[in-house]
Design a protein around this ligand. Structure first.
Ligand code: PMP
Length: 331
């Protein structure tokens, strides 16, 4: 059990929208998902705060969780952190099984939230170990790759937020696919509301550095249940170098000024501005850079024009990646 302070789960969703000034032909807006669990204990959240809540809610409604239950999830990072924070705050034990190569900061965040971390040598071993722990301990595995509450929460919250915050002007949504929950769920919500192109991207290389998108190319995860790839207008294969390049380019572009805070969700502008930067710098994670690289590629190909309003998620902030090559001279 834990002595973690209570968590205000109403601080999930309603993330801001930033108006980015990039040198591409279309308008580009970004949704910085690190505002989930804003100002809650243990630092910023990520896009995964949304699904941690929806998956735990669904399990509680189904009776799959009872007070004192153990939650086990294989996760290289953000899902594990989010489940640890919400699960522990709700009174569960949470064990996250991680591959040894996952960023150390993510393991630290899980432990700080009151969860435990078990290491496996690689991704395949991580899955086997998580299955074994569930069987041994009669634990509950949310399994974001197969859980309809994952795309469901994006269809119910993230997508409608994007539509409302652009006053219905959005014409394209472009996002990296890890579980595929974000692009699938947001895509469904936006298509229901208008004519919107929904484009996913996946890492081009089998061994890549776009954290959070690990499994899509992996043996058991080529086709996650929650990823409705056939509903997308296109899927791009994106090299890690392009994703890192765009993250660094964004940092340089906003070295001296902030992106324009276009719509603030549940926060006022001053609060958003206060947490936009870390140590004075505008840093986004690799999968955010990847989404911008995908937008740039579509714009260069003439598939996004001055008529278009493109929206991307920024799944997490770049300060979680101090120990990878993201901020070094990768190219
Ligand atoms: N970026 C990051 C940093 C992530 O943690 C994730 C989720 N693993 C994604 C992108 C992909 O999101 P989704 O699983 O909804 O496809």
């Amino acid at each position: 059990m834990t002595d973690a302070p209570p968590l205000d789960e109403s601080r999930i969703g309603g993330t801001p929208l930033l108006d980015l000034d990039l040198d591409v032909s279309c308008e580009v807006y970004a949704k910085p998902e690190w505002y989930n669990l804003h100002a809650q204990p243990f630092g910023g959240g990520s896009v995964k705060s949304r699904i941690a809540r929806s998956m735990l809610d669904a399990a509680e409604a189904d009776g799959a969780l009872a007070p004192g239950s153990l939650v086990v999830e294989p996760s290289s990072g953000n899902t594990g952190t989010a489940l640890a924070r919400l699960g522990v705050a709700r009174g569960y034990d949470v064990e996250i099984v991680m591959p040894e190569e996952a960023p150390e900061q993510k393991a630290d965040a899980i432990r700080a939230a009151g969860g435990t971390v078990t290491y496996a040598p690689d991704y395949e071993a991580m899955l086997a170990l998580a299955d074994r722990r569930v069987a041994e301990r009669d634990a509950y595995m949310p399994d974001q790759y197969a859980n309809p509450a994952n795309p469901g929460v994006h269809e119910r919250t993230t997508g409608p937020e994007v539509h409302a915050q652009t006053d219905g002007r959005v014409t394209a949504f472009v996002a990296g696919a890890g579980s595929g929950g974000t692009v699938t769920g947001v895509g469904r919500a936006l298509r229901e509301r208008g004519d919107v192109a929904v484009v996913g991207y996946e890492p081009a290389e089998p061994r890549h550095g776009i954290d959070g998108l690990k499994y899509v190319r992996g043996p058991r995860f080529d086709d996650p249940d929650v990823y409705a790839r056939d509903e997308l207008d296109d899927v791009l294969a994106l090299p890690t170098a392009d994703a890192y390049y765009e993250a660094r380019r964004l940092r340089e572009r906003y070295a001296e000024r902030d992106p324009d805070i276009h719509a603030t969700g549940q926060y006022d502008r001053a609060t958003v501005r206060e947490h936009l930067r870390v140590a004075g710098e505008f840093l986004v994670g690799p999968s955010s850079g990847g989404a911008l690289a995908a937008v740039r590629r579509l714009a260069d190909a003439g598939r996004l024009t001055s008529e278009d309003v493109a929206v991307v998620p920024f799944p997490d902030r770049g300060d979680r990646y101090a120990d990878i090559a993201l901020w070094d001279d990768y190219l």
